[in-house]
Design a protein around this ligand. Structure first.
Ligand code: ATP
Ligand code: MG
Length: 614
């Protein structure tokens, strides 16, 4: 135990007043040859109470003027400090919370480094997981990492405050521990700005996959999702922004129709044949049907069918299709209105071949066919569905380059410890969101289906710049889509823990993120934040944040953060260690001095004296 530096003079609830002995009012104190920091705000002290040491934090100090305590009636000032107990050490173990309270005249001592490690470090597992040092004391403390990675983590702070560095440091240390072990966990990092696509970040290249999505390049790497994930009413609805009342039920019919006959190999071909027949022989044909069939023929890339369809004409007064006289049948026009129209059998049998279709082609074909069927039965108005066709055509062009649909139950990606998916080249905001959503959905559902209970494997999903996808504020997007997006993430964050699916979210604006998501995060690394709304939100959602740490948040230096949450006994402020240059995310500050080629002044010239010499 270090020497006493003061004594308790008042106890008002949990507020304790300590009188500091005069000789200890110095910036540094020395005891047995070791230097200690003097007593200042946020510094720790120990109050001895019987066999336990009560750990306190200094919250304030002031000078008290007194005459009574001085012998010669001169005014003297006594330094008094206010401290708050945070826990106690008993039998070399720190317990958080107020069990013992000091009493007047108890002696107050400085805290040795070993005791501080007991307070902030991971004493249970004796681990060596360090990512930084305590800001004031400069002591490296071990984080309780086994608890920490078993929870959802939030990293928040203004731009340039060091979030990406903290995220990278946290996972670099973790992955370096897991690197050589054969663990059944995967780490997926969603990188909106391409900060982590360099070869040297996190772990060596043999253990990670980097996927750079590019919607404008046909043979760029793609997100591989399973067939059933694509042919899902909700996914298609959001991919193509279907309207609630007419287009969504329509998509539902397309998906249900496919499911019904999916067992058969040639279900698409049969569907085409039946629909061609229906289009021309229905009792209520519609002019648009030809156009829709042409779309199908073009998607199939079937030239003879396109040519034949182009010859077919619409008789507007009779409201019927017919094939005008031509070289192939010079005698008379062929009218398509009876069931025995041979001509129709002829072209459906001869021209329609099912080629290997990708999902987007199949979707486009099925949408057109379904519309013909629905029109013939009078289920829908053509004008209501037409915009959807346009949107599907337009979006498919880009989405085709982002998504690849795996047939059957094929393994989604090769099994590496870390997968980094960069969305930097997706310029379109909505495309970015759609891609991110599909990725999370894919990993979440695949994991949920295959995991045992209790979980035999885990997925750690890391999202840097999460406001891109979790924001609640965006007014440009449709409500239904926003709801679906947030609902999915809310489900992941609410239910994921049970299945061993954990999120790590990094964002500049906690206030932008859905409150449900914020309230489910267990552990926080809070860097400098100045906005009032953000601070207010943190106050409401982070129950473990104390007033003193909270008041520090707007003033934290680069790389400093308040670390708090369910895995930590008490909040601490850590200076996170900066990663080595080659391991840093590509998000460093711009060096304007170098960029603008400004020469540094080497030595300033001595200024000339103005005035007369003597
Ligand atoms: N622990 C640290 N110590 C010292 N400097 C740091 C530390 N962390 C980050 N920096 C520096 O701060 C700058 C910004 O860091 P970083 O990219 O991590 O910020 P950020 O919070 O992720 O910003 P943004 O929100 O814009 O992505 C970098 O130049 C980096 O070198
Ligand atoms: Mg960043």
């Amino acid at each position: 135990m270090l020497a006493a530096v003061g004594e308790v003079i008042a106890v008002k609830g949990t507020k304790i007043l300590v009188k500091v002995f005069e000789e200890y009012n110095k910036e540094f104190l020395y005891y047995q040859g070791i230097q200690y920091k003097g007593i200042a705000i946020r510094e720790h002290l120990i109050v001895r109470r019987g066999f336990s040491d009560i750990i306190c934090i200094v919250e304030g100090e002031y000078l008290d003027e007194t005459r009574a305590e001085s012998t010669d009636e001169k005014i003297s000032y006594i330094r008094k400090i206010e401290v708050k107990p945070i826990g106690y050490i008993s039998q070399k173990k720190f317990t958080e919370g107020i069990k013992h309270l000091p009493m007047i005249k108890d002696s107050v001592h400085l805290v040795a480094e070993s005791s501080l490690r007991l307070v902030y470090g991971d004493t249970e597992n004796q681990s060596d997981f360090t990512i930084g040092t305590l800001m004031r004391e400069g002591i490296a403390v071990c984080l309780p990492w086994l608890n920490l990675f078993n929870t959802h983590i939030g990293i928040f702070g203004n731009t340039g405050s060091g979030k990406s560095n903290t995220l990278a440091k946290l996972y670099s240390v973790l992955l370096s521990k897991l690197d050589k072990k054969n663990v059944d966990s995967s780490f997926i990092l969603l990188d909106f700005n391409g900060e982590y696509t360099g070869g040297t970040q996190f772990i060596n290249e043999s253990n990670k996959t980097v996927i750079q999505l590019n919607p404008l390049k046909e043979n760029a790497p793609k997100i591989r999702i399973r067939e059933q994930e694509f042919w899902d009413k909700d996914v298609l609805r959001i991919l193509f922004k279907a309207t609630e009342n007419t287009q969504t039920p329509f998509i539902g019919r397309v998906v249900a129709g496919r499911e019904k006959f999916n067992e058969r190999d040639d279900s698409t071909k049969k569907f085409i044949e039946a629909t061609v027949k229906k289009a021309f022989t229905t009792s209520s044909p519609r002019k648009e049907m030809k156009e829709l069939l042409l779309n199908v023929a073009k998607s199939l890339d079937c030239k003879p069918l396109v040519e034949t369809l182009e010859q077919i004409a619409w008789h507007s007064s009779q409201n019927k299709f017919y094939l005008p006289k031509s070289a192939t049948h010079p005698k008379k026009d062929i009218w398509f209105n009876s069931d025995d129209s041979e001509y129709i059998n002829h072209f459906s049998e001869n021209f329609i071949e099912t080629v290997a279709l990708d999902c987007f082609q199949e979707l486009s074909i099925r949408i057109n066919l379904q519309l013909i069927n629905d029109l013939s039965q009078g289920f829908v108005q053509f004008e209501h569905i037409q915009p959807l066709l346009g949107r599907i055509r337009e979006s498919s062009r880009l989405l085709k380059n982002l998504i690849e649909v795996a047939k059957g139950d094929e393994e989604s990606y090769d099994k590496r410890l870390l997968t980094i998916i960069s969305l930097k080249l997706c310029n379109d905001q909505s495309l970015k969101k759609v891609a991110a959503l599909l990725i999370v959905r894919h990993y979440y559902y695949t994991h949920r289906e295959t995991v045992n209970s209790p979980p035999n494997k885990t997925v750690h999903f890391i999202i840097d710049e999460a406001h891109n996808i979790l924001s609640q504020q965006s007014v440009r997007e449709a409500e239904t889509w926003k709801d679906y997006r947030l609902e999915l993430f809310e489900e992941v964050i609410k239910e994921g823990r049970k299945f061993g699916f954990f999120l790590t979210i990094c964002s500049q604006r906690p206030a932008d993120i859905s409150p449900t998501i914020m309230s489910q995060i267990h552990n926080f690394f809070i860097h400098r934040l100045v906005n009032d709304r953000d601070l207010q939100l943190l106050e409401n959602t982070v129950s473990t944040l104390d007033n003193l740490s909270k008041s520090m948040i707007p003033h934290l230096a680069k790389g400093c953060c308040v670390v708090t949450g369910t895995s930590f006994d008490i909040p601490m402020i850590q200076q996170i260690e900066q990663l080595k240059t080659e391991q840093q995310p590509n998000s460093g500050d711009v060096n304007l001095l170098e960029l603008w080629k400004i020469e540094k002044k080497t030595k300033s010239q001595p200024k000339r004296r103005i005035g007369r010499r003597k």
